[in-house]
Write a protein that binds this ligand. Sequence first.
Ligand code: NAP
Length: 361
Amino acid sequence: MEKIAVYGASGFTGSLVVAELARRGVPVVLVGRDEQRLRGAAEGVPGAEVRRAGVEDQAALAAAFDDCAAVVNCVAPFELFGEPVVRAAVAARAHYVDTNGEQSYLKRVFDTFGEPARRAGVTVVPALADDGGPGDLIAHLTAEALGPGACLAELTVADLREPGAVSRGTARTALANRGLWGGGHGLVWADGAWRDGAGHAGADRATVPVPVPEMADGRGTGDLAVAPFALPGVVTVPRHVTADRIDAVMRAEVVPLFGAVTEEAVAALPEGPDPAARRASRWLMAAYAVGRDGRRAQGSVTGPDGYGLTAVIAVEGALRLVAGAAAAGVLAPSQAFDPADFLAALEPHGVRWSVRAGDAR
Ligand SMILES: NC(=O)c1ccc[n+]([C@@H]2O[C@H](COP(=O)([O-])OP(=O)(O)OC[C@H]3O[C@@H](n4cnc5c(N)ncnc54)[C@H](OP(=O)(O)O)[C@@H]3O)[C@@H](O)[C@H]2O)c1
């Protein structure tokens, strides 16, 4: 089996990705800036290799990925350190996935690396984490429920997870995206282009029907208050769904938590939530579609342990790319993979999903 490199392998998510690759018997190359931390992360992983390469050294990065079939990037924050890793993966002709959830970085990857990736014959699928992956896949399936290639008036992607513990890297990422996460509106897709959502408010929903009853709020009304949020889906979904408007919202009570993060709070956090907290947590991504003819559809996908599932999702994607699943270039998850087939592969890990047309508000 071909080797897969993990960048930021000594981080919280990186270590989970290394464990998932090892569980599947894939030879792992741990890459990062600190050799000692990488050696610690490689302990007990059969056949693991360690290669030191900082993001400031493009040649060392490309050399570290040279004999690898794919790279899984788990650096934090991507806004600051992500791009050199994409560039090096493409230079080494290795497929690339990452765990970012940062809209501005994600848009830059699509804008910058499409042509280089096509020339190199490799596939880049950024934002393959528990929000960007399932959110994109369920949005595609929800739109499709209104008919193959249906033209939509609007589609809303929603992150409806409950408030819960986040990793230090996620909190640091929130700081780097301050003004977007927890305060700003992010992008919307409107009339054929990405636009600043702040100047394009309008169709954003203030509430959404909760697709999974146990994730309803305390009032148990079945509706959940939401607020605009810069989710990856706004960047990825317009690449495979035709809609006049695509926007994104998050459970309203969670949005200000991202905006409230400080340097002191980041420093005080443990590296990541402990296993019990991870097991007790759930993530929920939903999509709400309205056709130009007024028909409606809604879809949802939910699972436990956002960080553990992120590792499963990123590894599943990387292995599918290595197996030759996708065309060369930078692709949204639903362009690279069959959405229903990919979600079915997550079901043994506790993921449940459904789509229904006709009765959604
Ligand atoms: N969207 C989602 O649903 C989702 C889910 C999971 C994770 N994520 C994202 O994945 C990323 C990783 O999160 P995490 O909790 O694993 O963070 P983390 O534990 O802080 O790990 C970050 C990694 O980046 C490396 N790094 C930091 N600064 C670097 C630099 N200047 N040069 C080279 N490497 C550097 C760290 O290296 P050292 O080990 O040497 O410190 C570490 O390996 C975050 O952006 C997080 O938001 C997103």
